[in-house]
Design a protein around this ligand. Structure first.
Ligand SMILES: O=C(O)CC1=CCC(=O)O1
Length: 262
């Protein structure tokens, strides 16, 4: 476990793999922490340096008062990578993590040389939907949403496994300020124009049963960047790295090799 103070924010991160390897950075989704990647990392090529972190208000990273902006979340990632002296990373962002990746790739071409937009898009949902969610968690707590969230996160088969309870627990243990704060950041984000200007290798990953960012939404964003690739994982919901780690790792490994990162 590593903790760093970035401009007054205590940030939890982890570094695994080869300390001298090419950097691969992972950013998690709303309501999850860096354990999101536990099943995938051991399946990736050796010789890479894996960096993952808990975004603001999630996991062991400090929760500041809501609301947050996407600019703040991008800056948190930027500061962490500067602290770690990371340049030319392959950035893998899932859902809000994929939005952070798009923002960081636009802002810091020196930090991001290839981008995976996993179960994410240039714009996710509409403001009224996010406001309803923010109001609900502030009024009734995150648990009030948990059953509906599980249906979006996971495909039918996974929802019958004992693992579901652990992921539900991860969700409901997040700080209300963190969950609502990040929801506000998503609500205020429309990256269609900046993402259209990106010129770097981009891979989109979608889950066929994703109830939050369905395949067509991911495909639309990926299509904004010339030369980008798209991969669909069948039988998975919003978190295919949890449900189908072998498929996810295989797709990621191919992209890592194609981009000359390993
Ligand atoms: O709908 C959900 O709860 C999943 C989700 C949307 C954005 C994100 O980061 O996760």
């Amino acid at each position: 476990m590593r903790i760093v103070d970035l401009d007054g924010l205590s940030v939890h991160y982890r570094v695994d793999g080869d300390p001298d390897g090419a950097p691969v950075v992972f950013a998690n989704s709303l309501g999850t922490d860096l354990r999101l990647w536990d099943a995938v990392l051991p399946l990736l090529p050796k010789g890479l340096k894996f960096i993952r972190y808990d975004k603001r208000g999630h996991g062991l990273t400090q929760a500041t008062a809501q609301p947050y902006s996407m600019g703040t979340l991008v800056r948190d990632a930027e500061q962490l990578l500067d602290h770690l002296e990371v340049r030319d990373a392959l950035f893998v962002g899932l859902s809000i993590g994929g939005m952070i990746g798009q923002g960081l790739a636009v802002k810091r071409m020196d930090q991001v040389r290839a981008l995976v937009i996993s179960n994410s898009a240039a714009k996710i949902g509409v403001a009224s939907m996010w406001q309803d969610r923010i109001d609900a968690v502030n009024r009734d707590g995150i648990e009030s949403l948990a059953d509906a969230v599980m249906e979006r996160w996971f495909g039918r088969a996974f929802r019958d496994t004992p693992e579901l309870a652990a992921w539900r627990t991860m969700l409901i243990r997040q700080a209300v300020d963190g969950y609502a704060g990040c929801s506000a950041a998503i609500s205020g984000t429309d990256f269609y124009t900046p993402t259209s200007g990106l010129r770097l290798p981009v891979l989109g990953i979608a889950g066929s049963e994703d109830g939050s960012t369905p395949p067509d939404l991911v495909r639309e964003t990926i299509g904004l960047v010339p030369g980008s690739k798209f991969e669909l994982i069948r039988g998975a919901g919003h978190l295919p790295c949890v449900e189908k780690p072998e498929d996810y790792a295989r797709i990621l490994t191919t992209f890592i090799k194609e981009t000359g990162h390993a």
